[in-house]
Write a protein that binds this ligand. Sequence first.
Ligand code: MG
Length: 377
Amino acid sequence: MKITSIEIKQYAMPLDPPFKAAWDPAPRKKFATTLVFVHTDEGITGVGSGDLMFGFQGHEHLFIGQDPFDIERHNKVLDNIDFHYGRCWPLDLALWDLMGKATGKPVAELVGGKQKKLYAYASNGEIVSPEVRAERAQRFIEEGYKAMKIRFHHDDVRDDIKVIEEVRKAVGNKIEIMVDANQGWKMPWDVERTWDLKKAYQVSKELEQLNVFWLEEPLPHEQFDEMKRLREMSGIRIAGGEMNRRWHDFREMANRGSLDVYQPDVALSGGITGVKKIAEYVQANGAWFSPHTWSNGIGVLANLHLAAGVSDCPYLEFPYDPPTWTIDRRDYIQKEKLSVDADGFVHVPQKPGLGIELDEEALKKYEINSAYVGEKQ
Ligand SMILES: [Mg+2]
């Protein structure tokens, strides 16, 4: 089988009302998506998404005429492109989709086949009052969720802690709570100060009293030694690494023992090929792999396949915070949206490849020309 062409298409759905992500000072008025189609001489097409493919233009020829199954070679080329220009990992996802379709297997089976479902944790995205968050927690429990993740980002961290107190008061220990401090990285326009080790430690002590499952990104993503010290001082799990771009960071963090939970995202940090190696390495060192998935529905799906295939962690991030972040918004280009069953599980689609079903009507409605995607979201 040979790759005959690579097609990149771009889409944007207006967000009205805008989505006010806790980690972004600018409200999001649109949701941009890039789709990568890898066509072959056997008529099979692989599809990938989850990042915008900035930096890919002009590199198509490096893949045309190649066998899609030479995945280590293609991943190395993508790593080189990442080093020089930008992240283009959705192409790795499209190649895995293609290999799954060609062999008639779901990608989760090709990468390890450890399990067919994982507990979804409802990953919340916006800052709301303690009362509203407690009501939403109650609703997640009724919908079957066994875990949820709450974002911090009030001006005063004591107001964030009040949210967790209120949720515990309302629902007790009926749901696991993860906390995401979002101190690991910033949007280009955000120059606010981040936490330091002492502040992160003080917060972790409070959260331990509230039986929090993990504290995510309490420190900037490059502070490998500070994270290690925090992890040793703290009684709760420390998670991070969602935007560490290259595999060397994970080797260094794992060797130093920086984290309990490593969260590389297949759409952002190495593709399925690269993140599989990171997952195996950190798990061999006694830590967990539980990918970040907050991109779009195809990004969630691709991370689900790898996590189900190899992960020891029972939970998968499931971006969900209605009414502002709904499954319809997240999966707007997909006809078949990814959902959670009454017991809180998200299931791996048992179709060849990643199991993506595109919504042709939505694609027609939201297609844009590529220049538009480069604008601020
Ligand atoms: Mg996070």
